[in-house]
Design a protein around this ligand. Structure first.
Ligand code: GAF
Length: 454
């Protein structure tokens, strides 16, 4: 990682110094594994305004893989991510001199800033500064701390090292400062604002929600509109999902030829909440765990080798295009767009909206495929999503295409780019008997961001 990296936090040498705390094993005394994040059982011990902080607080934030549902989160749509077992760990201890001191252990990089008023910075430094500033603003003043960051997630590889870092930072800092953990949906929003306001990437809620709500053995069907509506109904946040506050529309790029992606048939209702009666009550509306039972099949990721820095990539342009499409359609979010909406828009906006509509549908199809154990269909959904991201949303690059082709040639039943695009990793689903390439990394659904020690 360079100091100038716009987004995609990582510790490139972490593979050589993997921290024992990274991983799926819940710590002794950690949050009870049966309770969903955000439920009472998971909340911290001290008061919401800060009590006696922990002398040392250690927290883990997982990265994520998104099975399908790309570029739908900021359009109030559906996504199907899972938290992975790899992530970032942050250790917070008392600062000797009243300043925040951050040490990114594996890259030997440091930062020092006043906790009460962090100044702006570039690159990786903007994450810790932004988390401290926004937590303080939200009524969680942060005690000066010495922070050590370690981890194993590759930067810019589409596995959301940024959200992993933000989650680990927030959980460690809250515990160290003696604060009870806020509602995790609100925490996800706050951390997403770190990206928007401090890093310059107009990202949505997908990554932070996946990292905060991961559940071993499960993917999470996120309905961003339902999440926002539940928060609004509880008086916790204004508006519905993330599609309403946007950047101004950018000049649309020239339109290459569109390639139609077959619209998947059928509908499937999501939003039933946690199985067994939503133990977290309304706290879990819009977040539905879906068993990821792969049997002898394997999900792997392969890094395309192209780093993607979201703030600098076309991501913000895509988001602006969606905002413009909404404006032209006279709707508050693309979730309200009907099937004919693309026909009422100029290119490339029509293609962008077509992708969003189809991608929401693909999330429904993927959930249905997982429920029925139809992994061949899941593979086809991955392929269709990739084609749409390449041809309609236009966020692929040649190296990603080569990686997809290589994985398919190796026998993958489906392969697609993951994350914001313009580089990063490719996710592939391999049936039994087919061997992924040597550099492939198996990804398994792990638990949520959590305190490892306090
Ligand atoms: C990135 C963003 F951070 C997410 O909010 C999401 O939009 C994703 O790209 C694309 O689905 O990971």
């Amino acid at each position: 990682m360079t100091d100038g990296a716009a987004r995609g936090y990582s510790l490139p040498e972490a593979g050589r110094s993997e921290v024992a705390l990274d991983g799926p094993t819940p710590p002794p005394g950690g949050a009870p594994t049966g309770a969903p994040p955000g439920s009472r059982a998971r909340r911290g011990r001290s008061s919401g305004r800060g009590g006696r902080g922990a002398a040392t607080a250690v927290a883990f934030g997982p990265g994520r893989v998104n099975l399908v549902g790309e570029h739908t989160d900021y359009n109030d749509g559906l996504c199907l991510p899972f938290a992975i077992e790899l992530g970032v760990t942050v250790r917070a201890r008392q600062s000797p001199d009243g300043l925040m001191r951050v040490h990114a252990a594996d890259i030997g990089s440091h930062d020092v800033f006043p906790a009460a008023a962090p100044p702006r910075a570039e690159g990786w430094r903007s994450f810790a500064r932004g988390v401290v500033a926004l937590l303080t603003q939200a009524g969680y003043p942060i005690r000066p701390a010495r922070l050590v960051v370690t981890g194993r997630l590759p930067r810019g590889a589409g596995l959301s090292s940024s959200a992993a870092l933000e989650v680990a930072l927030a959980l460690a800092l809250l515990a160290h400062s003696g604060h009870r953990e806020p509602d995790r949906r609100e925490l996800a929003r706050l951390l997403s604002r770190v990206e928007n306001e401090w890093v310059g990437a107009r990202t949505g809620l997908l990554d932070q929600t996946a990292s905060l709500y991961g559940r071993p053995g499960h993917a999470l069907c996120l309905d961003i509109r339902a999440l926002g509506a539940a928060l609004a109904a509880e008086g916790r946040a204004a508006g519905a999902g993330q599609g309403t506050a946007d950047v101004p529309a950018a000049d649309p790029p020239p339109a290459p030829a569109a390639r139609a992606v077959p619209r998947p048939p059928g509908r499937w209702q999501v939003g039933a909440g946690w199985p067994g009666g939503a133990p977290g009550g309304p706290a879990t509306a819009g977040i539905e765990p879906v068993r990821l039972d792969l049997g002898r099949w394997r999900l792997v990721t392969v890094d395309s080798g192209v780093r993607h820095a979201i703030a600098a990539s076309g991501y913000n342009t895509r988001r602006a295009e969606c905002a413009r499409a909404r404006e032209l359609l006279g709707i508050g979010s693309l979730r309200e767009a009907d099937d004919e909406a693309p026909g009422r828009l100029p290119e490339p906006l029509a293609r962008r909206v077509r992708h969003v509509l189809d991608e929401n549908e693909r999330v429904r199809l993927a959930v249905a495929a997982l429920r029925t154990g139809d992994l061949l269909s899941l593979g086809r959904v991955l392929d269709a999503s990739h084609a749409s991201l390449r041809d309609l949303y236009e966020v692929s690059v040649p190296e990603v295409e080569e990686t997809v082709a290589r994985l398919r040639a190796a026998g993958a039943a489906g392969a697609r780019m993951v994350g914001g695009g313009f580089g990063g990793s490719v996710l592939a689903l391999f049936p039994p008997g087919r061997r992924p390439p040597a550099e492939a990394v198996r990804v398994l659904p792990g638990g949520p961001g959590r305190l490892l020690r306090r």
